[in-house]
Write a protein that binds this ligand. Structure first.
Ligand code: HEM
Ligand SMILES: *[C@@H]1O[C@H](CO)[C@@H](O)[C@H](O)[C@H]1NC(C)=O
Ligand SMILES: *[C@@H]1O[C@H](CO)[C@@H](O)[C@H](O)[C@H]1NC(C)=O
Ligand SMILES: *[C@@H]1O[C@H](CO)[C@@H](O)[C@H](O)[C@H]1NC(C)=O
Ligand SMILES: CC(=O)N[C@H]1CO[C@H](CO)[C@@H](O)[C@@H]1O
Length: 382
């Protein structure tokens, strides 16, 4: 344990210095090719390898890939996300979830954005994707970028850059990103159906799912910190409230007070049941109980927006107040609980680690030239 801690501290120091160096380069708009300590995760995907040939090696992502072809691209994306966020603050969590669903399935290739072609189906249509949002905003940003530089900037880069902006708007850290991703030629609905983690997954399933994409246990815990923002439909945790695994009992791992809170929200959200919310919420809250839910949903930050992105999520887990079964599972393993505890007590540590893990997520099995394409419309292959 001691060694692990020392190592991760060393890693952190390294990461932060690289991070600061990169961030500096970004603001100066100067060229930067500082190498990262991360090796690109090798998640070999059959469909891609068939396309590659030895003398036509795919390129790597680059710093400011569009500096010549579309120098304003990053700026346009940043401003578009910020403007949209003023009217629809829920696009920040929506984008954060979108980048996860995109990158987890065959890499960050915007495959999640594609509409179904023919009878083939799309990733948007499979159950885990049911409640993804933000597609219209991606389309809007794409149209602004297309206006400036037609056919140049990929949807995959737009999504990665928009998600970075979203994280920062949601109170999370800012992180440097390389660009030059290309878009997939097809969606992968079958993979999306089985490979996006399920809210009912247990710890070993979650760990295995992240491990298969190159994330260790700590990184899995870090990524789940994204669940400190956004909304969650009651149906994803309803089984914990009354009849857990056919026991006719609630999930025993839920804190009793929190159980009542979730039941109240999920029952009240049914308009046919109750129109008047309880006068006082059983949970400490800065907002009124009715604003905690709408149409069968619960806010991830039900305790009020945290001053520290992430911290409240991990503190809640330590109090058995995780919303999803999968969330709460993070405290059931020795290693994962160490990190939950560390992040609950050290917001700065979490911010740094979250920045690093988002960079890694945004890098997963990317498609680069000459592979893939630049779509003209994010929902359709060109
Ligand atoms: C074990 C892994 C995970 C599971 C089982 C899971 C499951 C879910 C579920 C069921 C929802 C609620 C959707 C809804 O009700 O509309 C949700 C929301 C969300 N998830 Fe995850 N998720 C996981 C990992 C992640 C990761 C790694 C990220 C990002 C890095 C992420 C980001 C989000 C965000 C931001 C929301 C809120 C979306 C919104 O309000 O629009 N999740 N997740
Ligand atoms: C950065 O890249 C340029 C060419 O792209 C190369 O000439 C230069 O040596 C690189 N610098 C470092 C520090 O790697
Ligand atoms: C992302 O991938 C590029 C190669 O495309 C690599 O140079 C860089 O170090 C990677 N960054 C991270 C954070 O994994
Ligand atoms: C909520 O609804 C369920 C049925 O869906 C019922 O069993 C339960 O008693 C209700 N709880 C409250 C607090 O009203
Ligand atoms: C955003 C989106 O396309 N959601 C779809 C997810 O899948 C369901 C069907 O399972 C569709 O009804 C949704 O429109």
């Amino acid at each position: 344990m001691e060694i692990t801690r020392k190592l991760s501290f060393l890693l952190l120091v390294l990461c932060v210095s690289i991070f600061l160096k990169n961030q500096n380069a970004e603001t100066n708009n100067g060229p930067s090719n500082s190498s990262s300590i991360f090796s690109a995760p090798s998640n070999s995907q059959s469909s891609r390898n068939i396309l590659s040939s030895d003398d036509d090696m795919p390129r790597s992502l680059e710093y400011d890939y569009y500096r010549e072809s579309c120098p304003k691209a990053e700026q346009i994306i940043r401003m578009a996300v910020r403007n949209q966020h003023k009217f629809r603050p829920n696009i920040a969590p929506a984008f954060l979830r979108l980048i996860f669903h995109d990158c987890f399935i065959e890499g960050c290739d915007a495959s999640v954005l594609l509409d179904a072609i023919g009878g083939g189906g799309s990733e948007k249509e499979v159950p885990p994707n049911e409640t993804l949002k933000g597609f219209d905003v991606v389309d809007f940003i794409k149209s602004e970028v297309e206006e400036a530089c037609p056919g140049v900037v990929s949807c995959a880069d737009i999504l990665a850059l928009a998600a970075r902006e979203a994280v920062s708007l949601a109170g999370g850290p800012y992180y440097p990103l390389l660009t030059g991703r290309r878009d997939s030629l097809l969606p992968f609905p079958e993979l999306a159906a089985y490979e996006i983690p399920n809210p009912q997954d247990d710890l070993s399933t979650i760990i295995a799912s992240f491990a298969s994409r190159g994330f260790d246990e700590q990184e899995a815990v870090t990524l789940l910190g994204a669940h400190s923002v956004g909304m969650i439909h009651c149906k994803f945790f309803a089984n914990r409230l009354y009849n857990f695994h056919n026991t006719e009992q609630p999930d025993p791992s839920v804190d009793a007070e929190f159980l009542n809170f979730m039941r109240t929200i999920c029952n009240n959200s049914n308009p046919s049941l109750s129109t008047s919310p309880p006068l006082s919420s059983p949970m400490p809250s800065r907002s009124s109980p009715s604003s905690q839910s709408s149409r069968g949903m619960m806010k991830m930050d039900y305790e009020g927006p945290g001053t520290d992105f992430g911290t409240l999520y991990y503190r809640s887990l330590l109090r058995n107040r995780g919303i999803l079964f999968a969330d709460q599972q993070l405290t059931s393993g020795e290693n994962t609980k160490v990190w939950v505890t560390a992040y609950a007590t050290n917001p700065l540590l979490f911010r740094k680690e979250f920045a690093m893990v988002m960079m890694k997520l945004s890098n997963l099995s990317v498609l680069t030239a000459p592979m893939g394409q630049v779509r003209l419309h994010c929902a359709k292959v060109a």
